[in-house]
Design a protein around this ligand. Structure first.
Ligand SMILES: Nc1ncnc2c1ncn2[C@@H]1O[C@H](COP(=O)(O)OP(=O)(O)OP(=O)(O)O)[C@@H](O)[C@H]1O
Length: 256
C-alpha cells in the first residue's frame, strides 16, 4: 500500500451562487491512495464540491489543498493562471457527458494535452495513447471518432485522456449516469482497476453498490452539508431519509 498521508484537504469550504448557499462549511481530507465516494440527492452540492477541488467553481470561502499546495490561492492574474494550470494538470476529471472533442479520434483526444502541455513528440504521444487506450480496453478503436463509439466506449476514452496526463488525483462526476444500463459495467470495471492500482479518487455517484464495492469512505451530502461520512458499509446501510432526519435531530439538539 502507498503511504497514507493527507493528500487532498478541503478546509471549511463554503460556496454561494448569489443568495443561494450550496456548500456549507465542508471539511474533508483524502489520503493518498484512498477512494472516496460522494452520494447525495440532486442539488445537494456534489458537483460543485468536486469542481471546487481544481477551482473550476471557486469557493466563496475556505481552502483546497492538493499534495501540500493550496489550489485556490489568491494571486495576481498571470501568476494565478500559471499556478492553476500546474495544479489542474495533476488532477484528471471525468464528466457525465464525456466531453470528448468530436472532431478528433480517440488517439487525438488522448494525445492533445500531453503534446500541448508537456511538449511530447508525436511518437511519444502516440505511444502514450496506445498505452492508455489499451488500459481501458480501447486500443482497437484508437482511430475512431467519438460519433463511432458507444457511450461506454466514449467514457473509457475520456478516462484514458485524463490518465494520459499522469494525474495524482482522479475526479469522477457521475461518470456512468448518462449510460444505458448495459454499458455501466464496462466503465465501472475500468474504475475498479484504477482502485486496485491505488489511484487516489473522488467519485460522485448515484450507484450505491458500486460505491460500496470500491470506496474506502463515503460521504452522504444533503443541502450543501456532509450529513454522514464513514465506511460504505455503515453510511450506505441507512436509508437516506432516516439519515437526514437523524442529522437534523442532532443539529436541533446541538443548538439547544
Ligand atoms: N453556476 C451556477 N449558478 C447558479 N446556481 C448553480 C450553479 N451551479 C450549481 N448551482 C446550484 O447549486 C446547487 C448544487 O448543484 P450541484 O450541481 O453541485 O448539485 P449536485 O448534488 O451535483 O446535483 P445533481 O446530482 O443533480 O448533479 C443546485 O441548487 C444548483 O442549481
Amino acid at each position: 500500500m502507498p503511504e497514507q498521508t493527507d493528500f487532498v484537504e478541503i478546509r471549511h469550504a463554503q460556496k454561494s451562487f448569489g443568495p443561494v448557499e450550496v456548500l456549507k462549511d465542508i471539511s474533508l481530507t483524502v489520503k493518498r491512495g484512498q477512494i472516496v465516494g460522494i452520494i447525495g440527492s440532486s442539488g445537494s452540492g456534489k458537483s460543485t464540491l468536486l469542481r471546487a477541488i481544481n477551482d473550476l467553481d471557486p469557493l466563496t470561502s475556505g481552502e483546497i489543498w492538493l499534495d501540500g499546495v493550496q489550489v485556490n490561492k489568491t494571486l495576481p492574474h498571470r501568476q494565478y493562471e500559471k499556478h492553476i494550470n500546474e495544479m489542474r494538470q495533476q488532477v484528471g476529471m471525468v464528466f457525465q457527458h464525456f466531453n470528448l472533442f468530436p472532431h478528433m479520434t480517440a488517439r487525438e483526444n488522448v494525445t492533445m494535452a500531453p503534446k500541448m502541455l508537456k511538449g511530447l513528440s508525436k511518437q511519444e504521444a502516440d505511444k502514450l495513447a496506445e498505452e492508455q487506450l489499451d488500459k481501458v480496453g480501447m486500443l482497437e478503436r484508437i482511430d475512431y471518432y467519438p460519433s463511432q463509439l458507444s457511450g461506454g466506449q466514449k467514457q473509457r476514452v475520456a478516462i484514458a485522456r485524463a490518465l494520459a496526463m499522469k494525474p495524482k488525483l482522479m475526479l469522477f462526476d457521475e461518470a456512468t449516469s448518462a449510460l444505458d444500463p448495459e454499458l455501466v459495467e464496462e466503465v465501472n470495471l475500468v474504475m475498479k482497476r484504477l482502485a486496485e492500482e491505488h489511484m487516489t479518487m473522488i467519485i460522485v455517484t448515484h450507484e450505491m453498490d458500486f460505491a460500496a464495492s470500491v470506496c474506502d469512505r463515503v460521504l452522504f451530502m444533503d443541502k450543501g452539508v456532509v450529513v454522514e461520512e464513514g465506511p460504505p458499509e455503515i453510511v450506505l446501510k441507512t436509508p437516506a431519509k432516516e439519515r437526514t432526519r437523524e442529522f437534523l435531530r442532532k443539529h436541533i439538539e446541538g443548538a439547544k
